[in-house]
Write a protein that binds this ligand. Structure first.
Ligand code: AOF
Ligand code: ZN
Length: 369
């Protein structure tokens, strides 16, 4: 049985909103994708913050493990002096998500906390996934003091839920997290009237988008775009070499993929003969994909936006005007301003707004309802 949330909290030697805010700031250093953004702070018996950690994305250590590794490194190097009067049992880990209790790409944080002997855990929001949840109850059963942040520090808890709100809803729906890539002119065009589009954005923007692409497990592109542009859809590094991992290339739509199309090359592609974005995401989830990037063209971007299936946007805005040509996004069935789909600037990881060569790059997430 979980004893979380109903424990005496008077003895905590620090302000939870304050330390919680530090953990959230650490979480924002991560990158969005298959995993949530998570940050952790370890506080000692005197209320001193002795370690901070964050999660850098799927496949890398979780925030709790990162904080523990940073703590160990500081103790070993002599940067941090831990006396016998300051035992781990008197420490608290403040973490923005309930510690996981599963072995996924990494080991269970619940065990890491138990092994480190940290007495108290305060977490902002529960992990709602079937696979990873249960860390709070398990740690409480092991004799740790476990406190849910919702009662103790409601603002912190709400902010932590908000930070990952689209990740939570994607997980609840059983679909991959999605990233929409848009590269457009000032007037929102992705190709001129004659179809030419290479290149609207700068080399620097294209390098940036390759980095974003390399984080995804799949890249979705329309069958019309494959026929028109013959994209490779590999993730390349600035020197032109291939990134360590190339995402699965997914062609969506009814048109056949031409023989000899560039993305067919290494066989690491899949053709989903559907124009329904939910069906495409369901198929990707069924083969274990947790993070998909939506690359284009306009009809694909439109289909995902219309169904509210875009969890973040990377938008590359180049300083040129076409006045005609193909628009980045088509009709979403919105006919009045109050019905607009609204986004907000997302300051995690690479930041919300930056110059990239001659372009600006914006990072956005849907505004929570
Ligand atoms: C935590 N701390 O920092 C994160 C958690 O495949 P894995 O091993 O990366 O596990 C991914 C799942 O773990 C993810 O779906 C979510 O439920 C949880 N994420 N949990 O304790 C973290 N990122
Ligand atoms: Zn974990």
């Amino acid at each position: 049985m979980s004893r979380s949330g109903d424990q005496p909290v008077g003895a905590l030697p620090f302000d939870v909103e304050d330390v919680g805010a530090r953990a959230l700031a650490a979480a924002r250093l991560g990158v969005r994708g298959a995993n949530p953004l998570v940050g952790a702070v370890i506080v000692d018996a005197a209320g001193r913050r002795i370690a901070v950690g964050h999660h850098r994305g799927a496949g890398t250590p979780h925030a709790e493990a990162d904080a523990l590794a940073n703590l160990r490194a500081d103790v070993e190097s002599g940067r941090l002096d831990i006396t016998d009067a300051n035992p781990p049992g008197a420490w608290t880990m403040v973490v923005t998500l309930e510690p996981c209790h599963h072995t996924g790409r990494t080991g269970p944080c619940s065990h890491a906390i138990r092994d480190a002997g940290i007495g108290t855990v305060v977490y902002a929001v529960a992990d709602s996934t079937d696979t990873a949840s249960g860390g709070a109850a398990w740690l409480a059963a092991q004799g740790h003091r476990v406190i849910a942040g919702s009662a103790l520090a409601p603002e912190w808890s709400r902010a932590a839920a908000q930070l990952n709100h689209r990740w939570f809803s994607a997980r609840a729906a059983g679909r991959p997290f999605t990233t929409l890539h848009l590269a457009q002119t000032l007037d929102g065009r992705i190709a001129a009237a004659d179809g030419t589009s290479q290149w609207i954005t700068s080399t620097a923007s294209r390098h940036h988008s390759h980095r974003v692409r390399a984080r995804a497990e799949a890249i979705i592109v329309g069958s019309g775009t494959v026929a028109a542009d013959n994209p490779r859809l590999t993730a390349r590094l600035p020197d032109g070499s291939a990134a360590p991992r190339t995402p699965l290339r997914v062609v969506m739509g009814h048109r056949d993929v031409p023989e000899g199309a560039a993305l067919v090359g290494d066989g690491h592609y899949r053709h989903v003969r559907s124009r329904d974005p939910r069906a495409v995401l369901a198929e990707l989830a069924s083969v274990g994909i947790d993070h998909a990037m939506i690359e284009g063209g306009a009809s694909i971007a439109t289909a995902f936006l219309r169904e509210d299936l875009v969890d973040e946007i990377w938008l590359y805005q180049a300083p040129l005007v076409l006045g005609s040509g193909r628009g980045a996004v088509g009709d979403l069935g919105i006919d009045t301003l109050s019905a607009a789909r609204r986004f907000e600037y997302d300051d995690v990881g690479d930041g919300a707004l930056a110059r990239c060569g001659d372009d600006v790059v914006l990072h956005l997430t849907p505004r929570a309802a």
